[in-house]
Design a protein around this ligand. Structure first.
Ligand code: MRU
Length: 353
């Protein structure tokens, strides 16, 4: 399956190798990296060449295919490994440790792992089909969620988004940006605002890049300006993605989402979370139990690859996700339907249909 770069700019599979758009370099440079082994896939996730929960899951699925090619000896350079099953299990473990918060990573790996039970015969073909299926299902889910979420946005509304939950963060089209794309096409939006999203600047670099490419005008603001934006009544909805949703509807997403949700409730602005059901972790009862990634303080001290801006000798604390309690969420939009005022029972009901 070779996808059009516009539909799926972040992740492409050419039948033998994975091609990833290096998101660390956007928007200044559009460089594609070729990944040929599982270590490369794990490293691309860890170092944020590819990021965003669904995109991480899809990359891991293709990473399993690369691992199998190597362990089963399909690549000429790699002799077949006799203990292929335990070797592959090690590869899957390595992949699953690449980043801690996005549950889509584990969801995709577990889905791929199930196929190992079918034995060596035809395994590679089955794994490749499954990875492509995971990829395509995510694009389809984003399109469905876009339509469902846009229906909630009244004509003439302004929206604010945080981080990048777009085509770059998914198989294509995006979760939060999928809703914004659909609402824009339906001419419902008066304005789109994006938090710059310190420290990695996913909003300023990636969300703005995507929206401008689609000719959707976007205004950037400093993260700390979002409550003032709401006070000015410039937005009626905050629309975000998620990295993991607990069984009770608590939502982990990029650091700063919680602050935006508190400000939204205070100002009477609605708060929408857009995420496929692969982001819902029913094994985690409460948001407090979601592991939160803490990255190097170095990300805070400088502006990306630029020189240090923070005072010398200051120390730092860099949690890169936070958890918004379900009570601050007005709707969770999934491909299986929309959950209004989410709680444990409503989340469970999603999986019964
Ligand atoms: O650290 P990142 O860039 O991987 O974080 C991504 C986010 O927090 C996104 O908002 C989330 O994954 C939803 S992506 C559809």
């Amino acid at each position: 399956m070779m996808m059009d770069r516009k539909e799926s700019p972040a992740i492409q599979w050419d039948g033998e190798q994975l091609i990833l758009l290096d998101q660390r370099l956007l928007p200044q440079e559009e460089i594609y990296l070729t990944i040929q082994d599982v270590e490369g896939a794990a490293d691309a996730i860890r170092s944020m060449v590819v990021r965003g929960a669904p995109a991480i899951g899809i990359t891991a699925a293709y990473g399993v295919v690369l691992a199998a090619r190597n362990r089963l000896g399909v690549d000429a350079a790699a002799p077949a490994c006799v203990a292929w099953r335990s070797a592959l299990e090690d590869d899957l473990d390595e992949l699953s440790q690449a980043r801690p918060t996005a549950i889509n990573l584990h969801w995709a790996i577990e889905r791929m792992r199930l196929l190992l039970d079918g034995g060596e015969e035809g395994l590679l073909e089955r794994l490749q089909r499954e990875a492509e299926q995971i990829h395509q299902e995510d694009i389809d889910a984003c399109k469905t969620m876009g339509r469902l979420g846009a229906a909630y946005i009244e004509s003439g509304s302004g929206v604010l988004t945080h981080c990048n939950a777009g085509a770059l963060a998914t198989g294509g089209y995006g979760t939060a940006l999928g809703v914004i794309r659909a609402a824009w096409e339906e001419k419902r939006l008066s304005a789109v605002y994006a938090d710059e999203t310190r420290p990695w600047l996913q909003g300023a670099r990636l969300t703005a890049w995507e929206l401008i490419r689609d000719q959707i005008p976007v205004s950037l603001l400093a993260d700390g300006a979002s409550s003032w934006l709401m006070k000015q009544k410039k937005v009626q909805w905050v629309v975000v993605g998620s990295d993991r949703i607990a069984a009770n509807g608590d939502v982990a997403n990029k650091i700063g989402t919680y602050a935006a949700a508190i400000a939204a409730r205070y100002h009477g602005v609605k708060f929408m979370v857009v995420a496929p059901t692969s982001t819902i972790d029913r094994a985690v009862p409460h948001g407090d139990q979601i592991p939160i990634e803490v990255r190097e303080s170095q990300e805070l001290f400088a502006c990306l690859e630029g020189g240090r801006i923070a005072a010398q000798d200051a120390s730092g604390w860099n949690p890169v996700f936070d958890v918004t309690p379900a009570e601050l969420v007005d709707v969770i939009v999934t491909e299986k339907g929309v959950v209004e005022k989410p709680n444990r029972e409503k989340i469970a009901a999603l999986f019964e249909t």
